[in-house]
Design a protein around this ligand. Structure first.
Ligand SMILES: Cc1ncc(COP(=O)(O)O)c(C=O)c1O
Length: 474
């Protein structure tokens, strides 16, 4: 891009036309065809959120003394979140930009709290179930904390015996999910909390996906096990508003059992020539827009609106699962009582199913094999999907039929001679050439490449996708 010699302020249509042109290959996000990435409550709520977003967009959360409105809004939202998750008066928290930021903060706070209480800890460790979100791995890399993976049982829940066995004098945090992303399964939070308490270890519940919606499911008498501050031993919880609370993106909350814990999240620096920088979150300058938009969305939808959303989603969850259970070529990975569902196939290449659905305008997400857990397809069901379920299931059936006729493993042979050297950057670039992957371009069909990635161990996938990303961005 080059700056125009003369600004286009008098030709603003041109600017917006250019922005529109960029969107040419984007999937249409607001017509209910994406089973992931989008949480859309529909136009009438969206309009209100967008208005609030713009009203507060230019206010900066850098310094709460300059914008008391942002402090007040954040207190209101955190207060709501604490009550929603059965916290008491000693609970506290902060508004963040998303689940990943909430998780990074929870881990940073846990590390510094544990180190301050027990200076003997030299190599802090987190006990992380293999179903827990990748954001904890990001925290481990950023904050130099070791991850000890914890096994899961046949129902895809944390294996409690393995959890207790892995506790050591270096353990600073135990993590559970409510629910875990891929399979929508809620970990046995009460049992995990008992173990955490017995060993005096902090316990974080990642309720980024479920924190908001599960209390509404409980009100509908759906069987949801306790996962929040009502469970003794839970010391922090992450919950996103930009998922099932349907706020626009950039909205999550990190909550703690008390301010003694939260203290370790706050950054304070006066050791430079300038203003003392005090941040509750990772971002420093940040827009007040998402706070206002979240506040407006919560008020606009209200208790009755969220219950209605929960009811329609529950119907959709049952319908989709019933369809998959009856389908001769598809198989549920595990029964889910949350809006996150995963299914697989013993007879059809699921990566072709994904591509076929994509060519019909749908987005469903492929999940690679992990150890002996087979590859699958993940769906996150949101309000905008509900009106499309019948069409979705019809198209899914036809995608399966089309996928059956497509060849599998077309590219695997090409890379076979290099498979032992895939940890080398030069080999990865060679493979990109062989697979005709052009710098900066996104392939149209992913199945042949996904098949290759699916064969590899996670560390090799990481390396290849990292190189691909580095190549793709300018
Ligand atoms: C369980 C869980 N935790 C954390 C996250 C990360 O949230 P975000 O993408 O908002 O950073 C996700 C995202 O899907 C999630 O499902």
């Amino acid at each position: 891009m080059q700056l125009p010699k003369k600004g286009l302020i008098t030709f603003k249509e041109k600017i917006f036309q250019m922005l529109k042109d960029f969107e040419k290959y984007d999937i249409n996000w607001n017509d209910g065809r994406l089973f992931g990435y989008i949480f859309d409550p529909g136009k009438k709520y969206r309009n209100i959120a967008e208005k609030a977003l713009l009203q507060y967009y230019h206010k900066s959360g850098l310094d709460f003394t300059v914008y008391p409105s942002l402090l007040s809004l954040e207190k209101e939202i955190v207060d709501f979140a604490i009550k929603h998750l059965n916290g008491d008066d000693s609970c506290c928290g902060n508004f963040t930009s998303g689940g990943t930021e909430s998780i990074l903060l929870s881990v940073k706070a846990a590390r510094d709290y544990a180190l301050s209480k027990n200076p003997k800890i030299k190599n802090p460790e987190i006990l992380l179930p293999i179903t827990a979100h990748a954001a904890f791995h990001k925290a481990s890399q950023y904050f130099n904390i070791k991850i000890k993976p914890v096994a899961i049982d046949h129902k895809f829940k944390v294996d409690l015996k393995d959890l207790e066995k892995k506790i050591s004098s270096n353990t600073i945090l135990i993590v559970g999910s409510a629910p875990s992303y891929t399979y929508g399964v809620i970990d046995p939070i009460e049992e995990m909390a008992k173990i955490a308490q017995k060993h005096n270890i902090l316990f974080h519940v990642d309720a980024c996906m479920g924190g908001f919606i599960l209390p509404f499911f409980k009100k509908l008498h759906i069987d949801i096990s306790n996962f929040d501050f009502s469970v003794d031993g839970v010391t922090s919880i992450s919950m996103d508003f930009h998922k099932y609370a349907y706020a626009p993106k950039g909205a999550s909350v990190i909550l703690y059992k008390n301010k003694e814990l939260r203290k370790y999240q706050i950054f304070s620096c006066s050791d430079w020539i300038g203003y003392t920088m005090i941040n509750t979150t990772i971002q420093s300058t940040k827009s007040g827009g998402p706070l206002a938009a979240t506040f407006a969305t919560l008020l606009a939808v209200g208790e009755d609106g969220y219950l209605k959303f929960a009811k329609e989603k529950w119907k959709a969850i049952l319908k989709i699962q019933e369809f998959i259970e009856k389908h001769p070529d598809l198989k549920l990975v595990v029964k889910s009582n949350t809006p996150l569902i995963a299914f697989t196939s013993e007879s059809v290449n699921i990566f072709h199913i994904v591509d076929e659905m994509n060519s019909m305008g749908w987005y469903i997400q492929p999940v690679f094999r992990y150890g002996n857990i087979k590859e699958s397809i993940h769906l996150s069901i949101n309000h905008s999907n509900v009106k499309r379920i019948n069409q979705f299931l019809k198209d899914l059936s036809s995608a399966v039929e089309k996928a059956k006729k497509l060849p599998s493993g077309t590219l695997i042979e090409k890379i076979q001679p290099y498979i032992d050297q895939l940890d080398k950057t030069e080999t990865i670039f060679k493979i990109f050439q062989l697979l005709n992957i052009q710098p900066g371009e996104i392939p149209k069909r992913f199945a042949p490449i996904n098949e290759i990635l699916n064969l590899l161990e996670p560390s090799l996938r990481e390396k290849i996708l990292l190189e691909f990303t580095n190549l793709t961005y300018r």
